[in-house]
Design a protein around this ligand. Structure first.
Ligand SMILES: Cc1cc2nc3c(=O)[nH]c(=O)nc-3n(C[C@H](O)[C@H](O)[C@H](O)COP(=O)(O)O)c2cc1C
Length: 372
């Protein structure tokens, strides 16, 4: 049996052993932006998952670009060193799986409590900060508005993304994803709901895509040529008068021309008025439309939980890759089990080669054991 999900894939010079991507997942466990031993444990576990690529969580390009005080950052030497040290250990204890990082700026969603403390905004007087955004419009009507970025502020944002990408390159990360989704800063520039500017960065679609495209181009310039770079978008705001799939296609065509290697097709996050039709694979049709219209590699994400479902998404051409978040936390060996279901194989650390049950005896690549 030959599986589409477990077939190899290439992004520039990067080889992926299969089509399963561990989706970026904030852990809210950093201190002053620095990775902790929680990250060491989390990364090690997911690098042993058998996935084709692992994505490090939304990683802030500045301290005020964090969502919470617990968000990971890549904006100073301490942040860089904290990732370097722990990632080296995690990589040293797992098969060689490509590691991507998602670079992000939280925009108006910054200065929030961590989810398990309620996620509410933290005012400046209580140790928070004033978040920045394209326009002084709060996410919710009863919240304090963010500060609108002026042209010096916009120039600064670009520099911060570039500096973080240079650090990511020094960390020898394999791929870079720009976070333009979920109502964070770059999505806030794209969406007419959050962007009410009247300058070159607001108004018509051509203006609203300007900052994300400028950031993409500036980062691509410093990110090593042979390494791939993609973008996560919210392909629709799911709100009347918001960003649409047609806007996404227009944006993706420009990204592709600028050298974008994949579109990670998520949705929503800009407004509490959104109406998301949740269900298995609820965003796959967005991936399909973008892949067909723009002829670019796509990642489908969102309630993909079952091996045969994931196989069908790749086999039918709805996406090149599937990303999984919650199902990977629930079952960090999901790819091992999917490989067993689909008659495929995964790379597994030799310490665990004896794990495969009789009915999945062939699931582990190169497993051979001898004892006296
Ligand atoms: C704990 C957790 C943290 C997340 N953090 C991020 C993140 O850092 N960046 C991002 O783009 N999406 C983030 N997401 C969204 C996931 O990457 C994914 O798109 C979403 O959960 C839908 O996929 P799923 O149904 O497989 O969970 C997060 C989701 C979860 C559950």
């Amino acid at each position: 049996m030959s599986s589409a999900l477990f077939s190899a894939f290439r992004l520039r010079q990067l080889a992926l052993a299969n089509r399963i991507v561990v989706s970026p997942m904030c852990q809210y466990s950093a201190v002053e932006g620095c990775a902790t031993d929680w990250h060491l444990a989390h990364w090690t576990q997911l690098l042993q998952s058998g996935a084709g690529m692992f994505t490090i969580e939304a990683t802030a390009v500045s301290a005020i670009g964090r969502i919470t005080h617990g968000c990971l950052g890549l904006y100073d030497d301490a942040c860089e060193e904290a990732i370097a040290r722990r990632l080296a250990i995690a990589r040293g204890n797992a098969p060689p799986i490509p590691v991507a990082v998602q670079l992000a700026h939280a925009g108006r969603k910054g200065s929030s409590k961590v989810p398990w403390e309620g996620g509410q905004p933290i005012p400046v007087e209580q140790g928070g900060w004033t978040p920045v955004a394209p326009s002084p419009l709060a996410q919710l009507p009863d919240e304090r508005p963010p500060a609108a970025l002026d042209s010096a502020g916009i120039a600064q944002i670009k520099k911060e993304f570039v500096a973080a990408a240079e650090r990511a390159a020094r960390l020898d990360l394999d791929a870079l994803e720009l976070h333009c989704a979920h109502g964070y800063l770059l999505h806030e520039f794209l969406s007419p709901i959050s962007n009410r500017r009247h300058d070159a960065y607001g108004g018509a679609l051509e203006h609203r895509v300007r900052l994300p495209l400028e950031v993409f181009a500036a980062v691509r310039e410093v990110w090593p040529e042979g390494k791939p770079m993609g973008v996560r978008i919210s392909a629709t705001d799911w709100v009347d008068g918001g960003w649409t799939i047609d806007d996404s296609i227009a944006f993706v065509e420009r990204l592709k021309a600028a050298g974008c290697d994949w579109i990670d097709t998520s949705s929503g996050g800009i407004s509490p008025a959104q109406k998301i039709p949740l269900g298995p694979g609820y965003q796959v049709h967005l991936s399909r439309q973008i892949r067909r219209a723009a002829s670019i590699a796509t990642i489908a994400v969102g309630l993909i939980t079952d091996a045969k479902q994931a196989e069908a998404i790749v086999a039918s051409g709805d996406a090149d890759l599937v990303a999984m978040a919650r199902a990977m936390l629930w079952d960090p060996r999901w790819p091992w089990h999917a490989a067993a279901t689909l008659g495929a194989q995964v790379h597994v650390p030799p310490q665990y080669w004896r794990s495969a049950p009789r009915e999945a005896a062939k699931v582990i690549v190169n497993a051979k054991l001898g004892m006296r």
